[in-house]
Structures are given as structure tokens and as C-alpha cells.
Write a protein that binds this ligand. Structure first.
Ligand SMILES: N[C@@H](CCC(=O)N[C@@H](CS)C(=O)NCC(=O)O)C(=O)O
Length: 215
């Protein structure tokens, strides 16, 4: 059986977990701590989570894992069948992850882990996230799902990151940058009406409480 390794406070872990749940793929969760890199390196070459353990071996990088799951388990497809529409769905994921999430990630040390981020970095990140969100707004549909009328991999991939963007920017700037994404606030409510999304959110809340209780 497939094992999803990592921990449920990670947006990239929750991205893969939501896909597994929505596609109805049987899987087990196994804790892997990216702060204990040595133990992870044989399965994930950069020591990052999530990674997948399959009968054929391990697989790292959440987007690669999504593509693998879509091909290996074609039932309940999460990408449109039309190649162009499929590419548009991937385009949304890539733009948000590269231009918004990876930029906002530079704030996480201070926002969540007791570190500190310089004023220069905060100012630079603010500007870059703004530009990333502008780009994403030009692409995203929210009608009602990110890529249009159907629930897709873009929803599984980006919903977990939206929550982090919201809390990180509120903590660092006192302003919720999720509100700058046109349609995102109604979308969050829509997503939370889905049972698998609620399950991922509940597991994340429990994991966060346990993680911060230890600190
Ligand atoms: N591009 C990677 C990013 C994964 C990632 O950054 N995971 C974080 C946890 S959310 C991690 O393992 N960080 C530890 C590190 O960067 O060393 C993916 O999509 O899987």
C-alpha cells in the first residue's frame, strides 16, 4: 500500500493527502520529520517532505507525486481530459507555487517557528507576493473552483497553501493577503464544505496543536 510520508502541518503534504483522499486511493500516513534530514535523504534527496513510498520505490516533490497518482490511478481524474485545459490547470498550480507560495515561505521562519526576518526581506517579499498574486488573479477563475466549473488538482494543490498565505501575512504584515486573491474568501468556504477538505483541515489543526505544544 502507498505510504504518504511527512507531517500534516505541511501544505505540500496536505496537497498530496487531499489528492489521495479525493481520488479514493488507499494509503497510510507515516511521520517523517524534515528537521531530521539524514533519515529522510534515502527517500527524498533534498531531505524535504512529502515523499511517497510505493512498491516500486520512493518518490519526492509534491507535483511529481500528483502527476504519478493521476497516471497510476486514472479513476476519478483530477485533471481535465483536454490537453490544453490540463495544461491550464498545471499553469495555475505552477504560477501560485513559484510566484506566491515560495516567496511567502521566506516569512515562515518568523511567522511560525520563532525566528526573525529582516525588514528588507519583509519589504521585498511583500512586493513580490503582490506581483505574484496579480499574475495569479489574471489566470484563476474561481467559478466556483480555481480552474473553472470542476474540482481539479489545482484545488487540491493550492487550498492548503492559501491558508498558510493568510496566516503568515496576517502575522507579519497585520494584513491578510488572501483577500487580495479575487474570489478566494468565498472559495475557502466552498472548499470547507467538502468532507475530505474538512478531514485534512482537522488533521492539520491537531498536528499544529501538538507541534506547538512541544516547542
Ligand atoms: N517543492 C517541494 C517543496 C516541499 C517542501 O518545501 N517541504 C517543506 C515542508 S512544507 C520541507 O520539507 N522543508 C524542509 C527543508 O526545506 O529542508 C514539494 O513540492 O514537495
Amino acid at each position: 500500500m502507498i505510504k504518504l510520508c511527512g507531517f500534516p502541518i505541511s501544505n505540500y503534504y496536505n496537497k498530496v493527502k487531499l489528492v489521495l483522499l479525493e481520488k479514493g486511493i488507499e494509503f497510510e500516513e507515516q511521520t517523517a520529520d524534515p528537521f531530521q534530514k539524514e533519515a529522510i535523504l534515502p527517500f527524498s534527496p533534498a531531505g524535504k517532505i512529502p515523499f511517497l513510498l510505493t512498491d516500486q520505490g520512493s518518490l519526492s516533490e509534491s507535483q511529481v507525486i500528483l502527476e504519478y497518482l493521476e497516471e497510476a490511478f486514472p479513476q476519478k481524474p483530477l485533471y481535465p481530459s483536454d490537453p490544453f485545459e490540463r495544461a491550464k490547470c498545471r499553469e495555475l498550480i505552477q504560477h501560485f507555487e513559484l510566484d506566491v507560495e515560495l516567496v511567502a515561505r521566506r516569512l515562515y521562519g518568523e511567522a511560525f517557528f520563532g525566528g526573525s526576518v529582516s525588514h528588507e526581506t519583509k519589504a521585498e517579499v511583500r512586493e513580490k507576493i503582490g506581483a505574484g498574486i496579480d499574475a495569479f488573479n489574471r489566470l484563476a477563475k474561481f467559478s466556483p473552483y480555481i480552474a473553472g466549473g470542476r474540482f481539479t488538482a489545482a484545488d487540491c494543490a493550492l487550498w492548503p497553501s492559501f491558508g498558510l498565505l493568510s496566516s503568515a501575512t496576517q502575522r507579519i504584515y497585520g494584513e491578510d493577503f488572501l483577500q487580495k486573491i479575487t474570489g478566494a474568501m468565498d472559495y475557502m468556504n466552498l472548499m470547507e464544505s467538502r468532507p475530505h477538505v474538512r478531514k485534512v483541515a482537522a488533521d492539520r489543526a491537531a498536528a499544529m496543536a501538538a507541534f506547538f505544544a512541544k516547542k
